[in-house]
Design a protein around this ligand. Structure first.
Ligand SMILES: Cc1ncc(COP(=O)(O)O)c(C=O)c1O
Length: 376
């Protein structure tokens, strides 16, 4: 009898508890040691000017939008095929999210669709490097220069991915990372922001710490004061300790994810009469291998695939409900997005995590192949 194959499993072990136990030993639960250790590690690893550890990617997006000084009627372009946090960050500042279409081959933001939506109210573009695969940053950097826009990289999926030789999140003005339980590295709920233009750093430190200048005072002075708007955007110590432990096994995590993705690709790409496309990425860029997706050409096929795999005890899922057709998102945008609709209807994610056993991987591949033969 086959065991159930989960869709995702955080790559944790008893070793991860060591750092959490250290917090109890030190009896220091906030403003602390692991937060700084993670920040220094990530900053060095991705070669960033400034990294702050945050509560989550959502907070990092919100910080970016505060730093932009968005006003009512300002517009920020983003894919419709993303998580709600990308759009909420804009709305929370009273500005307007404008949804653009994605590419069919990689589900990343489509350059032409973005270009057509730029007008005098446009202040920024948020790209999402879907599945851990880089958007075409050269083109988006060109748009940024031509129209004097701010470029934000939502790297919820793409920590350690690269565009050419540069780490994702360090190319635009801001990069926002997620270390949620479902992501490549797990801090429970945790995130980071990379600030790539030094002019924003001073204000960012104030915003991160509830609008105070405490970060500049260190241990020397007793008093700090209220300088700006802000919130408690900084990560707490418990998630930071877990994340630090994950960072210590970063190479293993990334290597295993890469092997699994490449095994899927190698085995499925050569199938005859394929009922699906395989999500693509430009081989000049390094993928973070967050998602491995098949794209079917109808909702009916996608649903029958998910059902078939479930029957075989293999959990596979579709992904975002596009924002432009969601009940809330319809209030801001009513445009049609052909590619986004197709991706929403057709895309299915296969299990991908470091703890996936070789036998499980072979079983998944075998079942995908069998489904491909079934008359549908
Ligand atoms: C593209 C994207 N942006 C932002 C987020 C929010 O991340 P977090 O849960 O760390 O706030 C997610 C969550 O899955 C996401 O997929």
């Amino acid at each position: 009898m086959n065991n159930k194959i989960e869709f995702n499993k955080p790559f944790t072990s008893n070793k991860d508890k060591k750092y959490i136990n250290d917090i109890f030993k030190n009896n220091k639960f906030a403003d602390g040691f692991f937060q700084k250790k993670c920040e220094n590690f990530i900053k060095k690893k991705v070669n960033s000017q400034f990294i702050a550890l945050t509560q989550n990617c959502t907070s990092s997006l919100e910080i970016s939008m505060i730093l932009l000084n968005l006003k009512k009627d300002d517009e920020v372009i983003m894919p419709s095929y993303t998580f709600t946090s990308t759009a909420n960050a804009v709305l929370l500042r009273g500005a307007k999210p404008v949804f653009a279409d994605v590419n069919l081959h990689d589900a990343n933001l489509n350059y032409e669709s973005v270009r057509k939506k730029i007008n005098k109210r446009t202040k920024a573009i948020i790209v999402v490097h879907y599945a851990g695969n880089s958007c075409d940053m050269q083109k988006f950097l060109e748009l940024k220069r031509q129209h004097n826009l701010i470029l934000i990289e939502d790297c919820a999926h793409s920590f350690m991915g690269k565009f050419k030789n540069q780490f994702l999140g360090t190319i635009g003005d801001f990069g926002t990372f997620s270390f949620h339980e479902t992501k490549n590295l797990v801090g429970g709920q945790c995130g980071a922001i990379s600030i790539n233009d030094k002019k924003y750093v001073k204000r960012a430190k104030i915003i991160l710490d509830k609008g105070t200048d405490r970060a500049f005072i260190g241990n020397k002075k007793r008093y700090y004061s209220w300088k700006d708007i802000g919130s408690e955007f900084r990560s707490a110590e418990l998630p930071a300790a877990l994340l630090y432990s994950q960072l210590m096994k970063l190479e293993t995590i990334m290597k295993r994810r890469k092997i699994i993705s490449e095994t899927y690709k190698k085995n499925l790409r050569s199938l005859k009469n394929r009922k699906f496309e395989i999500i693509k990425h430009n081989l000049k860029n390094k993928s973070a291998h967050h998602v491995f997706a098949l794209i079917f050409n109808s909702l009916r096929l996608r649903e029958s695939f998910i059902k078939y795999m479930k029957k075989k005890k293999i959990l596979c899922y579709f992904h975002y409900y596009p924002l432009h057709i969601s009940s809330f998102g319809k209030k801001f945008n009513r445009t049609q997005m052909r590619n986004t609709d197709k991706i929403y209807n057709g895309l299915v994610r296969l299990p991908l995590y470091p703890g996936l056993k070789k036998t499980e991987l072979s079983r998944i591949i075998k079942e995908v192949k069998k489904f491909n033969l079934v008359k549908t």
